[in-house]
Design a protein around this ligand. Structure first.
Ligand code: UD1
Length: 378
């Protein structure tokens, strides 16, 4: 059997690592790893391959940055050539990035079976590019591997046949469990010092204590591409949060670009309690999360990691495709959107809250093995 799996952007890498490992148990399977090249910086891509022992991609499509149509279009054109040359039995796509959608469409147009890992998540927010990617991919896929039972229900409600839906758990948690010890052994102050942005210069960094700092990330277009939600949120961090706790913000290239464009960057950089670090590697981010008093983020993956680690998490979105991680369902996350009032209220209620770890059904570190078994027997 020949399987091509596809990755393109950062959140794919922690999902593909355990899948590559699980396939090694099947010597008859020929596995080809394709990287579309959507993320290309060392810190957004290569370092995850090294840290998580992901084999080097066999093929890189080098599509780079661009509008959605440019990224999806270029990926389809290049991936079609790969499929025609390799003729795999299965194409495996992961998550909800542009590679996921582009390669599932290309596979089906070439009459090749497609499997989707992390199927069935729905935010019902059609302004999110990821929601479009999820809908298209799930509609086309022949096997849909779901992380939780809520996702099964979403797919059934859309009319997906039962035989296609396989509830296997969350593959990202396979990686978390495998890497947890390595992350825990890191010194948080060293992690921060080693990853400071260049503009931090020779300034001293406030010493971080366990549960004595707030961690942050923000990168969604809906939060950073316009001044309106970005500036008030930034004011809240600078004027309120950092006055109480040193805060570590791992800056995504998109957020950094937009802060500069709106003339807000210099003020963020000047704040001594707002510690700005470059995009972090997997272990560094996990370590940051383990010691944080509170996490503020708009990332779906971090929402899930906070849930399993028990870090109180303010999710800077109005909806989530991952409702299983919400406090009302036993998780650690509260939706605060991008309204400062709501952020402040949730921050006040959670900043002194105890850690409360929750492990949804089948988030047990063995998801990739279950997926590999289903695929090779399909
Ligand atoms: C993509 C995913 C998103 C995911 C996020 C994680 C889609 C639709 N979006 O969004 O779901 O949460 O990755 O990071 O696939 N850039 C660099 N270096 C890089 C890559 C990008 O500097 O290696 C800059 C470029 O200026 C680019 C911008 O970041 O224009 C945005 O990158 P892009 O890949 O278009 O989308 P993300 O916001 O990263």
């Amino acid at each position: 059997m020949k399987i091509i799996s596809v990755v393109g952007a950062r959140p794919n890498f922690m999902k593909v690592a355990p899948f590559c490992r699980a396939l090694k148990a099947y010597p008859d399977v020929q596995h080809i790893l394709v990287h579309t090249g959507q993320h290309y910086d060392v810190r957004m891509s290569e370092q995850f391959f090294k840290e998580l022992d992901i084999p080097n991609p066999d093929i890189n499509l080098e599509i780079g940055s661009g509008s959605h149509a440019e990224q999806v279009g270029r990926t389809m054109i290049e991936f079609e050539k790969v499929l025609r040359a390799e003729k795999p039995d299965w194409v495996v796509v992961l998550g909800d990035v542009n590679a996921t959608c582009a390669c599932s469409i290309t596979a089906k147009k070439e009459h090749i079976k497609c499997a989707h890992i992390e199927a069935g998540l729905r935010s019902r927010d059609m302004d999110m590019p990821e929601e479009i990617n999820r809908l298209v991919t799930d509609r086309l896929s022949d096997l849909l591997f779901t992380p939780d039972r809520l996702s099964n229900a979403n797919l059934k409600a859309e009319g997906v046949e039962d035989e296609k839906i396989k509830f296997v758990g969350n593959i990202m948690i396979d990686t978390l469990e495998r890497q947890r010890e390595k992350a825990a052994a890191l010194d948080i102050n060293k992690v921060v010092r080693e990853n400071l942005i260049d503009e931090w210069g020779g300034r001293g960094v406030p010493a971080l204590k366990e549960r004595g700092y707030v961690a942050m990330t923000m990168h969604r277009p809906s939060n950073v591409d316009q001044r309106e939600p970005l500036e008030p949120a930034m004011r809240f961090f600078l004027d309120e949060v950092t006055k109480e706790y040193p805060s570590v913000w791992a800056i995504h290239p998109r957020a950094q670009k937009m802060l500069k464009e709106f003339g807000l960057w210099d003020e963020v950089v000047a704040n001594d309690n707002m510690i700005l670090v470059k995009p972090l590697g997997y272990h560094a981010m996990l370590r940051l999360n383990m010691g944080a008093r509170l996490f503020m983020t708009d990332s779906g993956g971090l929402q899930e990691e906070c849930c399993v680690l028990g870090t109180p998490c303010l999710t800077m979105r109005w909806n989530t495709e991952r409702p299983i991680t919400l406090m009302e369902n036993g998780g650690a996350s509260i939706l605060v959107g991008n309204a400062v009032e709501k952020m402040r209220e949730a921050y006040r209620s959670q900043i002194n809250a105890e850690r409360h770890a929750m492990r949804p059904e089948l988030w047990d570190g063995k998801t990739a093995e279950r997926i590999a078994k289903v695929l090779v027997e399909a």
